[in-house]
Design a protein around this ligand. Structure first.
Ligand SMILES: [Zn+2]
Length: 56
C-alpha cells in the first residue's frame, strides 16, 4: 500500500484517516493530457479553498 502525504503540509496519512482527494487534469488540445492526484487533510483543503468559488 502506498503512503499518502498531504499536498499542503506534507503530513503523512494513516490508512483510516479522513482525506480529500483532488484530481488535477491538465487538458491539452493535442490530446496528451496530464493527470495528477493530490490528497489533502480536510483542514488543509478548507484553508486552501477558503476564498474559492463553489462549483456550480
Ligand atoms: Zn495537511
Amino acid at each position: 500500500m502506498t503512503t499518502l502525504y498531504c499536498a499542503i503540509c506534507a503530513g503523512r496519512f494513516e490508512p483510516d484517516q479522513d482525506h480529500v482527494k483532488l484530481d488535477a487534469e491538465h487538458v491539452r488540445i493535442d490530446d496528451r493530457n496530464d493527470q495528477e492526484m493530490y490528497v489533502l487533510h480536510p483542514e488543509c483543503y478548507r484553508r486552501l479553498t477558503g476564498g474559492w468559488m463553489e462549483p456550480a
